[in-house]
Design a protein around this ligand. Structure first.
Ligand code: AMP
Ligand code: GLY
Length: 425
């Protein structure tokens, strides 16, 4: 098979690394990819939202399957674009159509969906500009902290958690009236704050059956001890010790099954990944959010823990035969440590020369933001690498990731040295 992966991060490098090992693969293309994905297949310089460019590439390279990494092209309707096109309609896209992508594209849609199908989540209400006063009254019924979410995609920045009622009211006004997040905050979801520990569960579905992929915990804040600004993710661990068999059974019964059934009932033919962001509230799972894609850096620990052929599973998704596909995981623990550019998630410089990559022997180095410049690898993003290692314990695995991260050198390098520490027993 000829496969095209869309995206340029560590998630896409992990997909490319795994798919490159498939016996079913002939040619692999990654658009736009990075310096790491270039070792797994051929990079093509195309934007993930350049639908016409993607069409030409699929035609030219005789692509048999397209795997979409990020949410943007899905929310913008890439899958629908394929289905509406004479030439492309028979080429399967892994990732939902616009209707299914609303699970991530609209917080209000996803909350309504959860309530319609009895999926446990936080109590909420949604408000528009003309209902500001009602929004204030609803905030007054809640206890702090207060959670405000822009309805639409806001580059991962649309969620505010505020301790004081007055602040929450002020921010609600900024979002609704002053368009703090542009069109994305024309509607705002206000929800009850869930207390507990966060984790993510990943599902691969062909719309009929599903495979529950390994769970993972990520580390969102830039600073050690979960301090400082939010980032795309600074590290991840899989499996998650506090998500034991009993808890995961609850997730499957109370969340995954009703979600798949609900999609079916609503006539949403969903083929792709569902990322379920969860809170473990005293042993009870509650959904924080759905995403219509895999997580980054979670993919960098989840995918290496899948023993089965990923391309075979994706083919099962495309042909709705996922149920019959073999699916096995690796028991060992995987950790990933994300190396970032100095200044991230604020301003940072790109184009720093990277050295020492060949000295890493004990870990998988997934490139998150790099580019190749003749023989040099240069930094090209806030998150630069995700260093994944296996071990019998979290300590064991993460120690290898740190040793590897020490060997890689570039100006302004930073990473958190406490990934997994909270989970060490
Ligand atoms: P989201 O963009 O929906 O993932 O929200 C960003 C982060 O805000 C989540 O990862 C949680 O840490 C936090 N969060 C969102 N909703 C809630 C909630 N209802 N209760 C507590 N924390 C939340
Ligand atoms: N690591 C969180 C995300 O991918 O949204």
């Amino acid at each position: 098979m000829n496969v095209l992966i869309l995206g340029s991060g560590g998630r896409e490098h992990a997909f490319a690394w795994k798919i490159a090992q498939s016996k079913l693969l002939q040619n692999l293309y990654i658009a736009p990819g990075n310096a790491g994905t270039a070792h797994c297949g051929t990079n093509v310089n195309l934007k993930v939202t350049d639908f016409e460019g993607i069409k030409d590439l699929v035609w030219e390279k005789d692509i048999d399957l397209v795997l979409v990494g990020p949410e943007d092209p899905l929310v913008k309707g890439l899958h629908d674009f394929f289905l509406a096109d004479e030439v492309l309609r028979t080429v399967p896209v892994i990732g939902p159509k616009k209707d299914g992508a609303q699970l991530e594209g609209s917080k209000d849609f996803s909350k309504q969906f959860m309530f319609r199908h009895g999926v446990p989540t936080a109590k909420y209400a949604t408000f528009q500009k003309d209902k500001l006063e009602e929004g204030y009254r609803f905030l007054e019924t809640l206890s702090p902290p207060y959670v405000l979410k822009a309805d639409g995609l806001a580059a991962g920045k649309g969620v505010l958690i505020l301790d004081k009622l007055e602040e929450a009211k002020e921010e609600l006004k900024h979002m609704l009236v002053d368009s703090k997040f542009g069109e994305a905050s024309a509607s705002v979801v206000i929800e009850e704050f869930l207390k507990g520990i966060e984790l993510s569960v990943f599902v691969l579905t062909d719309g009929i059956s599903y495979k529950l992929l390994p769970a993972a915990k990520d580390y969102k804040r830039i600073g050690e001890g979960d301090t400082g600004l939010n980032t795309g993710g600074m590290g991840a661990v899989s499996p998650v010790p506090f998500a034991d068999k009993e808890f995961l059974k609850k997730v499957e019964e109370q969340i995954v099954k009703p979600t798949i059934k609900g999609l079916n009932k609503e006539g949403i033919d969903y083929r792709g990944f569902i990322f379920v962001g969860l809170m473990n509230c005293d042993g009870e799972p509650r959904v924080i959010e759905y995403n219509c894609r895999m997580g980054d850096p979670e993919t960098e620990v989840v995918i290496p823990r899948i023993k089965s052929d990923l391309l075979d599973l994706l083919q099962g998704v495309a042909s709705q035969t996922l149920e019959s596909k073999s699916y096995e995981t690796i028991d060992e623990i995987a950790t990933t440590v994300v190396m970032v550019s100095g200044g991230y998630p604020g301003e940072f410089e790109k184009g720093k020369r990277v050295q020492g990559l060949d000295d890493v022997k004990e870990s998988l180095v997934f490139h998150s933001g790099t580019k190749q410049d003749e023989e040099n690898v240069l930094t090209n993003g806030g998150r630069v690498f995700a260093i994944t290692s296996f071990g019998r314990s979290i300590e064991d695995a993460v120690k290898k990731s740190f040793l590897s991260a020490d060997k890689i050198k570039y100006d302004g390098k930073y990473y958190r040295r406490d990934i997994g520490r909270d989970l060490m027993g």
